[in-house]
Design a protein around this ligand. Structure first.
Ligand code: GLY
Ligand code: MN
Ligand code: MN
Length: 438
């Protein structure tokens, strides 16, 4: 069962239906199972949109939200109870459980969907669906619409408009409620502790996967069933590979290690990056680059408040990084030239953050009418500047080569400013060195 109260799911469905209007229906399928290899599947994870509206964790289900339907607005199709299957694969709620425990007004076996759903769609003018998300499901939907069309001479009316559900639903998901934030804070704290554990146990000669194991251990033992994304543990120059996930090299004395890892709790993600010396002590070059990234992150986080626009943290990062890179002699020219020509991109090639929520790269528009969106209370974002000096970067003094640093925190926009959800993961040079010296 979800950590969220049932009333929260009901409130979300109502909010969505209010936006859809009375002559509409929204149809959402559960996530499919994905095969890993012969006879085994990836661990099942419900689709975020589906879970957001239901809290229902099972596959092979479809929901319909039908505003104003007299017999009930929330209809679910799901697997039936089945003693034999439940012995093999675990409990199923079944249609009765879906009504009793998940707030459905009406529920039917998923095997009956082809017979029942055309009747629910019929007479509705607009159908809200996430087109393209599950192409096989889109085809089935067209099949149901054709079933209605075939009955046109008997007076059946097929819908006239198909609308992307995403715009309405994803705008709801962008703003986190007090109860959602409780879960996100917990996911953030568990994940921060995992980074602390990795710092405490790091030493030269360990393999990157040994730190990955410590991180996973901390997630699992605190109730995060899985990481929110594949953990990155990149030591030395591996830190310069942005999506490095092999995590299979021995960590060397004198190198930094970059860990980007966050746990998922009740379908909410944390997303933290910390970079620290494998042996617990920064070299002067590592410290210079690290401090510059940290200064840029502080400047970026300081911009996060209601009314600031989405790109403000990124602009703050560029400003601080370029100035620092010029001082260190890693860039040449004037600050204005470096920004205009984006010469910093050889060292900082990604953006400063993204929305965070049920998906690690969460839903929600970044621009409205082609302008950067203004931040509002309840939005959660990451702030994650980095500098990555490739090991073969000939334009810089060799002493800098192969240093990769990213520092990433999860930041909530509050009424008066911001709250750093991941504050429990140390990040100043002194705090990291002190922790690792203990
Ligand atoms: N861990 C994915 C990201 O930082 O965007
Ligand atoms: Mn991130
Ligand atoms: Mn990350």
């Amino acid at each position: 069962m979800s950590l969220l109260p049932a009333a929260e799911f009901a409130r979300r469905r109502q909010a969505l239906m209010n936006m859809m209007g009375d002559d509409a229906i929204a149809i959402l399928p559960a996530a499919p199972h994905y095969k890993r290899n012969r006879d085994t599947e990836y661990r099942y994870r419900q689709d975020s949109d589906f879970y957001y509206l239901t809290g229902f964790p099972e596959p092979e289900a479809v929901i319909c939200l039908i505003p104003g339907r007299p017999q009930g607005e929330f209809v679910m199709f799901c697997r039936e109870r089945d003693r034999e299957m439940e012995i093999w694969n675990g409990y199923r709620a079944g249609p009765e459980g879906v009504v009793n425990d998940f707030g459905a007004d009406d529920a039917f076996p998923i095997t009956d969907i082809d017979d029942i759903i055309p009747g629910l769609i019929e007479g509705r003018e607009r159908v809200f669906v996430s087109m393209g998300a599950q192409p096989v499901f889109d085809q089935r939907l067209m099949g149901w619409v054709n079933t209605i069309r075939a009955k046109a001479r008997a007076g059946a009316h097929a819908p006239g408009e198909f609308m992307m559900l995403d715009h309405l639903l994803h705008d709801l998901r962008l703003f986190k409620s007090a109860d959602e934030l409780k879960i996100m804070r917990k996911a953030a704290t568990i994940s921060a502790r995992a980074h602390v554990r990795a710092m405490q146990l790091s030493r030269p000669g360990l393999y990157e996967y040994e730190l990955e194991a410590e991180i996973l251990h901390e997630f699992l033992r605190n109730g995060c069933p899985a990481p929110a994304y594949n953990s990155i543990v990149g030591s030395g120059a591996n830190a310069c590979i942005l999506h490095y996930v092999e995590n299979n090299k021995a960590m060397r004395d004198g190198d930094l290690v970059l860990i980007d890892a966050g746990g998922e709790l009740d379908h909410y993600a944390a997303d933290i990056t910390r970079t620290f010396p494998v042996n617990g002590k920064f070299s002067p070059e590592q410290k210079a680059i690290y401090q510059l990234v940290l200064d840029s992150q502080h400047a970026a986080i300081a911009t996060v408040k209601p009314g600031a626009h989405w790109n403000a943290p990124h602009e703050a990062v560029i400003d601080v990084l370029v100035e620092g890179l010029l001082k260190l002699g890693l860039l040449t020219g004037t600050k204005e030239e470096c920004i205009e020509q984006a010469s910093y991109r050889q060292f900082f090639m990604h953006r400063t953050g993204h929305w965070l929520g049920m998906d690690v790269h969460d839903v929600g528009d970044y621009k409205i009418d082609n302008n950067w969106r203004e931040l509002e209370p309840g939005m959660v974002m990451t702030v994650e500047p980095g500098l990555y000096i490739a090991p073969d970067c000939e334009s810089v003094d060799p002493k800098w080569r192969g240093i990769g640093v990213r520092i990433e925190d999860d930041v909530l926009v509050t009424k008066t400013g911001h709250e750093v959800l991941t504050h429990a993961a140390p990040k100043t040079v002194d705090d990291i060195e002190a922790l690792m010296a203990r």
